[in-house]
Design a protein around this ligand. Sequence first.
Ligand code: PGA
Length: 257
Amino acid sequence: MARKIVAGNWKMNLHLKEGQALVQATNEYLNQNPVEHIDVIIAPPAYQLCQSVFNSGNKKLSIAAQNMAAQDNGAFTGELSASMLIDSGAELVILGHSERRTLFGEDDALINAKVKKALSKGLYPILCIGESLEQRQSNVHQAHIKAQLDAGLEGLAADELYRVIIAYEPIWAIGTGETASPEQAQNMHSFIRKYLSEKYSATVADEVSILYGGSVKPANARDLFGQPDIDGALIGGASIVKDSFLDIIQVGEEILR
Ligand code: PGA
């Protein structure tokens, strides 16, 4: 069965002291309310990775990076390699977020190279995919997701898929306050699971966590988490506000199975 996950993507938000306070508050919450059914992940800005790992004494709180270079080392100004992220204590890395794709020009080939690099070094990639509003309106959203999966997972063996987490994040729902309805999300998640089953195996499809992302909040988490193919969430805005992140963790622990 797929791991159930509540993950917070802080993006370029929260300074050191604020980040530290949020990690500590999350830890305290998890110590007082141990979770059995979910893994909790936070992805702070890169310069806070070490500090977050240091402060995350609770082993239920894992740390993810938000990006990673495809190369091992060398003259790549401003980049961080997989082994540097591992050095900082990160266990996972978000790759192919739509903001990286649209604002920083990352294409499928680069994202695929990063996924492979992360896996080869022992990081768990969280591969983000999602369609634009235009694609949904012109009814090519499933074809687009299939193409992103084909390209993002290209060259991976079935046994490597067990270490990949997929985050379906429709671009039109990211940071807009507009969430995919539970039915829209479930339809796409079931499409992704069917894709994994046909391309790899029923076991792979069953084991790979498929997270939903796009304006997840305490108010909609319950309905989203109640869908059979939604294994959790990748949360932006609501993950940098202590109460809303902790509320979503609580709902996740209650509902996700
Ligand atoms: P949001 O971001 O929750 O603020 O919509 C989600 C994401 O980009 O991962």
